[in-house]
Design a protein. Structure first.
Length: 390
């Protein structure tokens, strides 16, 4: 999943945009507090670990806390085999009041260490996410979105007594109603094939070679897929930002942060999880600079005419372009216009004429064969920008 997303990002180098005019300059590691334990897993209880961190020192907190699943007894499949569910002590609380106190304490510390323009992400299930949401609102956080992670391959409901639990919920919050925060809108739109990214994300649960196992058993029962963290970080952080994960587990946050050029700090009390996380992050490969650099905002992107791509040889006269489904086709002419049968015009005008539409964004409507796949001509424009930018 991460590799596929990376290839999409690499097509469009650009500057990130900032919601509510947050500064765009990346964090200089030399400007970070000297006592910030970057790239380290702090052992022990997460609340105590966060209390040792400087105030207003991190850009984002991503938290995957215990869900307090309240499971009673073992769960079996219809064939009698055992279901590997979450039965660990760290997910057990005596009461809702106990869980709420725990939640309030770690969220209080998360708020203290976040910068005024920082962001908070919390993931949970129906067992806990509503309690967490109420508490974070009580503490002054402002909910920006709730994201539904719809699992492409959820575990079935073996007892047949309820709907299949096929999603989890992520809360994305800023430090307050009028607080500044990072949102790389253009990067998300490009990642989503030039459509606005919606608040329902379809991604598979962690499996295959990504799932960490030891002696054939899952190292961690609730390991999150890297694709999920990739999207979260790409959307709401910039290169050099510091990401804190209070419930680090086997290090998904750290591995993805390393790939995307973000700094990370983890808190983890389980030595087995921490050991697996360190080994995993050591193996993670950082993306090269062109892949990490994300898309220009519409306001800051240099203006490039389609004719420029033609005259510079990026798209040759005589090339054939198609709509996404190959129902329409047109030929590129030397002056940058297109012709389809006897109808001609610019990439925008011809697209509108052939569809009988009042307007058309030719950059995303027309596609061209490039390296064996059909890509929007805007992808070629972004490659041109990458090759010619200072």
């Amino acid at each position: 999943m991460v590799q596929l997303l990376t290839r999409e990002v690499a097509l469009k180098p650009a500057r990130t945009t900032k919601a509510r005019a947050r500064k765009v300059a990346p964090v200089d590691r030399a400007d970070l507090p000297r006592d910030l334990p970057l790239g380290q897993i702090i052992p022990g209880d997460c609340i105590q670990a966060m209390r040792a961190l400087p105030s207003a020192s991190v850009d984002m907190v991503f938290a995957d806390p215990p869900y307090n699943l309240q499971l009673g007894g073992d769960l079996a499949r219809p064939d009698g085999s055992h279901v590997d569910a979450v039965t660990n002590d760290w997910d057990k609380f005596d009461s809702f009041a106990t869980y709420d106190r725990f939640t309030r304490e770690w969220l209080t510390e998360a708020r203290r260490v976040l910068k005024p323009d920082g962001g908070l992400w919390v993931i949970g299930s129906y067992h806990n996410i509503f309690r967490v949401g109420a508490i974070l609102q009580d503490l002054g956080f402002w909910i920006l979105n709730d994201i539904v992670w719809r699992k492409a391959n959820p575990m079935p409901n073996f007892k047949g007594t309820r709907f299949t639990n096929a999603h989890e919920t992520l809360i994305w919050a800023s430090m307050g109603e009028k607080a500044k925060y990072t949102f790389n809108y253009r990067a998300m739109k490009t990642l989503n094939d030039e459509l606005q990214m919606r608040s329902d994300w379809v991604l598979p649960i962690c499996g295959g070679p990504e799932r960490l196992k030891k002696d054939g058993t899952k190292v961690h029962p609730t390991q999150k897929p890297e694709g999920l963290l990739y999207r979260v970080m790409l959307a709401t952080t910039n290169k050099g930002d510091v990401v804190l994960d209070p419930f680090f587990g086997t290090g998904t946050t750290g591995a993805v942060a390393k790939r995307l050029g973000r700094e990370w700090i983890g808190c983890e009390r389980d030595t087995v999880y921490a050991e697996a996380a360190r080994a995993r992050i050591d193996m993670a490969l950082e993306l090269d600079e062109s892949a990490i650099t994300t898309m220009h905002s519409a306001r800051s992107a240099p203006k490039v005419a389609f004719g420029t791509l033609v005259e510079t040889g990026w798209i040759a006269p005589g090339s054939v372009v198609f709509d996404k489904k190959r129902r329409l086709r047109a030929t590129v002419r030397a002056d940058g216009s297109l012709i389809s049968d006897a109808v001609d015009g610019s990439i925008h005008a011809l697209g509108a004429k052939l569809q009988g539409a009042p307007s058309c964004n030719g950059w995303t409507f027309w596609h061209i064969e490039h390296e064996g796949t059909l890509k929007p001509i805007d992808a070629i424009r972004q490659l041109y920008l990458l090759a010619t930018e200072d």
